[in-house]
Design a protein around this ligand. Structure first.
Ligand code: ATP
Ligand code: MG
Length: 162
């Protein structure tokens, strides 16, 4: 089992410089008790780093990016909220598709290939979780994902025995 706090601290270290260079303020809110989850550590770090990188990339200088983690019983729920450019309503489902970028000119400037969200959605769905976005166009976006603390039996891929 991995401690969610450790995962987030490691993820924050990875994006620290990127945030600092843009004057972006990173905040985290954890629940009081320590939360653990049965998952692949590196994959979960990848999820946080991807969402944080996006939040920093699509938020203007001096913006705010905030992570909050809650315990919902069977699941851990994490939100990454920014006060950046937002996502138009009709594009909100498409951003999870491979290679999709809302604005190819703005994103070309910002870099990337449009794979980040497709990869992390694969990781989250593959562990019986889900991810969604809420956004106020022009005012910011919040990405929320839930992951079960324990893998359920039906989430394991069946291996045929011979
Ligand atoms: P890559 O992740 O491969 O470096 P990318 O960041 O462009 O490239 P995704 O992470 O898959 O690709 O995101 C897809 C698109 O969704 C982005 O190009 C951007 O248009 C939009 N997007 C993602 N996160 C945000 C955000 N926090 N605010 C505004 N738009 C976002
Ligand atoms: Mg990305």
């Amino acid at each position: 089992d991995v401690n969610i706090r450790e995962i987030i601290e490691t993820s924050l270290q990875t994006v620290e410089k990127q945030a600092k260079d843009k004057g972006i303020n990173l905040k985290v809110g954890y629940p009081q008790e320590s939360l653990t989850i049965r998952t692949d550590k590196d994959k979960l770090i990848r999820v946080f780093v991807n969402l944080l990188t996006n939040a920093i990339k699509f938020t203007p200088h001096e913006g705010d990016v905030e992570i909050s983690v809650t315990d919902t019983g069977d699941n851990i729920q994490a939100s990454i909220k920014d006060n950046g450019i937002g996502i138009p309503p009709e594009k909100r489902d498409k951003i999870f598709d491979k290679f999709y970028q809302v604005d190819s000119t703005a994103t070309r400037k910002a870099g990337g290939t449009g794979l980040g969200l497709a990869i992390i959605k694969g990781i989250i769905d593959g562990q019986g979780g889900n991810i969604f976005v809420e956004s106020d166009n022009g005012k910011g976006s919040t990405f929320t994902f839930r992951l079960p603390k324990e893998l359920k039996e039906e989430d394991f891929t069946e291996i045929e025995q011979h």
